[in-house]
Design a protein around this ligand. Structure first.
Ligand code: NAP
Length: 330
């Protein structure tokens, strides 16, 4: 099979190469997926660039992907042969991710992709959609709440705006940095879209919430936003954080404690089984009902994996980037 690999970390163009590898075989409890698409997430880019120590001598990157099960190992229902699936955690603590023509995974990490949902979308579910859903559902959910989603045009943020609305938020506010991104956030269903580079975010949020502030913030950049967040959070409210622009964060203790603010940090890779199953069930339901908008901004053939990494790394793209793993060679 063809696969994108790297054997050392560094700049995408310097370290990613396309090679022929032996096609893997499904073992006990595993399925083999003939991949159609592989999703590129900031996490994959950070690992390849060297932000994390390489745990394996050779890595096929990317946790997200979608394809068709073409082989099942012992103990796996043969009825799954031919099933369209999406993957989660494919490259987490594993050397072989989805930037390849085939992948072998434990059967539970291949989730049925509902009819009518295309493969590119399937490759954006494992991290962006699941992160958004967990951030909305965790700690009692958002029913009746006013929710602020900074970065509402990002891969995660765009789903978070929609899911907050679908799961009963009373009001969804979001911040963006351009008119193009504002339109995306509006189309996702945000009630108020604020440009955090040009607007007075605190005044706009307080105005939109009739002076109340928000019950929950689904945070993309804790380090950059905590000072502003404190000014728009209601007493007893919550910040659910999935990202931070800086690894070391400084938070004003007295302001947090005086308002009884809850802080919830999470990394999707380490979700407990019950939370993951609950998010998968909920996401499948939303996909079957066709009530989610997806935003795939760019797709590349496998031999241009390095270019896809560069695009995600630049951080200028609004939406998801995928690799068509089954497209013909260059
Ligand atoms: N904890 C987890 O399990 C988990 C899961 C998924 C992602 N993440 C992390 O979350 C981050 C976002 O992931 P993603 O895939 O959604 O990336 P993305 O598609 O690049 O989206 C990030 C969005 O946030 C906006 N943004 C950046 N800084 C902001 C700020 N200070 N205030 C408001 N908006 C801001 C960006 O737009 P502008 O720059 O134009 O404002 C962009 O639209 C990454 O760091 C990723 O590694 C963590």
């Amino acid at each position: 099979m063809r696969a994108a690999i790297y054997e050392k970390t560094g700049a995408a163009r310097d370290v990613i190469s396309i090679v022929e590898l032996e096609t893997p075989q499904a073992g006990e409890g595993e399925v083999r997926i003939q991949l159609h698409c592989s999703g590129v997430n900031p996490s994959d880019v950070k690992s390849r660039s060297g932000m994390r120590v390489m745990a394996f001598p050779r890595v096929i990157p990317h946790s997200d992907g979608a394809g068709v099960i073409d082989q099942v190992g012992e103990g796996v229902d043969r009825a799954r042969l031919g099933e369209r699936v999406w993957t989660w955690n494919a490259a987490w603590n594993r050397p072989c991710g989805t930037a390849a023509e085939y992948i072998v995974l434990p059967a539970t990490q291949a989730v049925r992709l509902p009819d009518g949902v295309d493969m590119s979308t399937g490759a954006c579910l494992g991290i962006p959609a699941m992160t958004a859903l967990h951030a909305i559902q965790v700690c009692g959910g958002v029913s009746g709440q006013r929710v602020l989603v900074p970065g509402g045009a990002g891969a995660v943020g765009h789903y978070a705006v929609q899911m907050a609305r679908l799961l009963g938020a009373r009001q969804v506010l979001t911040t963006v940095s351009s008119t193009e991104k504002a339109l995306l956030a509006q189309q996702a269903g945000a009630d108020a879209v604020i440009n955090y580079r040009t607007d007075d975010v605190v005044a706009r949020v307080m105005d939109a919430t009739e002076g109340d502030g928000v019950d929950r913030i689904v945070e993309v950049d804790f380090a950059a936003n905590i000072e502003t967040s404190l000014k728009v959070l209601k007493p007893d409210s919550l910040v659910v954080t999935y990202g931070s622009g800086a690894a070391d964060i400084k938070a004003p203790f007295y302001q947090l404690v005086l308002k009884n603010i809850g802080l919830k940090f999470f990394i999707l890779y380490n979700l407990d089984v019950a939370s993951r199953q609950s998010a998968i069930r909920q996401l499948t339901d939303m996909l079957e009902k066709g009530c989610l908008k997806h935003n795939i901004t760019a797709s590349f053939p496998l031999h241009e994996t390095a270019a896809a990494h560069e695009l995600v790394e630049q951080g200028r793209v609004a939406g998801n980037v995928v690799i068509k793993t089954s497209e013909p060679k260059a």
